[in-house]
Design a protein around this ligand. Structure first.
Ligand SMILES: [Zn+2]
Length: 276
């Protein structure tokens, strides 16, 4: 008698040393172009949808979640957010239990990337030292700039995970496991990192908020929320260096990702796309 393999098993890559990479949308909010592109112009008042994602990377052995989205409590207080559900619940619906996640790579510590860390009990979270110290180091209490973008509750949860030995602080460019590396780019935040994955289609780069939308890089136009302008532009260039092609660069908040890539499986249409 054969049992049906779990969806997760079917999504894993066939060869060792390669990764399968997926984007899982968990919300949509229609903002304004002026919120997403620096510098006022005639189009700044136009509506501009922003999608919210977590990214799932599977090797033949590992389960890595890149960013953890917004938790239900914060989502409930966000005006205009169409919330599909907690990323944890959405992942469970595709066959991934929270305890299956071995690693969480946090590209940065903005609230829409850190909200469900505490719900992954077995995961070790990976954060850049510059990011960690900006939000929780000796001077963090005195920094008010963009403080609203960081959740104190999420920071407390990360500190608890750290006390439990489940936070790995890294500095710079680090290969975490074969074919998966993180790269410090800064720019958007003090310690913004992007994630590079070796896949059957070449190296994918999960740019996250180093490029929120395709248009940020295409028009060489940063988002207004940023820590350091020269580093934002350097990050645009670094992403291109790290990826094996434009179609393997994944922006952090662009709804078009869901049109550019196919559903991970027919039954997952609209819920999960396969990047590579
Ligand atoms: Zn951000």
């Amino acid at each position: 008698m054969t049992s049906t393999p779990s969806p997760l098993t079917r999504l894993r890559p066939r060869a060792a040393g390669l990764w399968s990479v997926f984007a899982v949308p968990y919300g949509l909010r229609v903002g304004l172009r002026g919120e997403h592109f620096l510098g006022h112009d005639d189009r700044s008042g136009e509506p501009h949808p922003t999608a919210y994602y977590v990214w799932l990377a599977l090797s033949d052995e590992e389960v890595v979640l890149v960013d953890t989205g917004i938790g239900p409590a914060r989502a409930a207080g966000m005006a205009g957010l169409h919330y599909y559900g907690s990323p944890v619940r959405l992942l469970a619906s595709v066959g991934l239990a929270p305890a299956d996640v071995g690693w969480v790579v946090l590209t940065h510590l903005h609230y829409d990337h850190t909200g469900t860390v505490a719900e992954m009990p077995a995961a070790t979270s990976v954060v850049q030292r510059a990011e960690w110290e900006y939000w929780s180091g000796p001077t963090a209490r005195r920094i008010t700039r963009e403080r609203w973008l960081c959740s104190p509750t999420d920071l407390e949860n990360l500190a608890a995970a750290d006390a439990d030995g489940r936070v790995r602080i890294v500095s710079g460019d680090v290969e975490l496991m074969p074919g998966l590396s993180v790269h410090l780019v800064g720019g958007h935040t003090a310690g913004m990192q992007v994630v590079r994955l070796r896949t059957a289609a070449g190296h994918v780069v999960l740019a996250s908020d180093a490029s929120h939308f395709y248009e940020n890089r295409a028009e060489d136009r940063p988002a207004p929320i940023l820590h350091c302008m020269p580093a934002v532009y350097a990050a645009f260039d670094r992403i291109v260096e790290l990826a094996d092609g434009e179609d393997l660069i994944v922006p952090g908040h662009d709804p078009a990702v869901l049109q550019r890539y196919p559903a991970a499986a027919p039954e997952l249409a609209g819920r999960m796309v396969r990047i590579a």
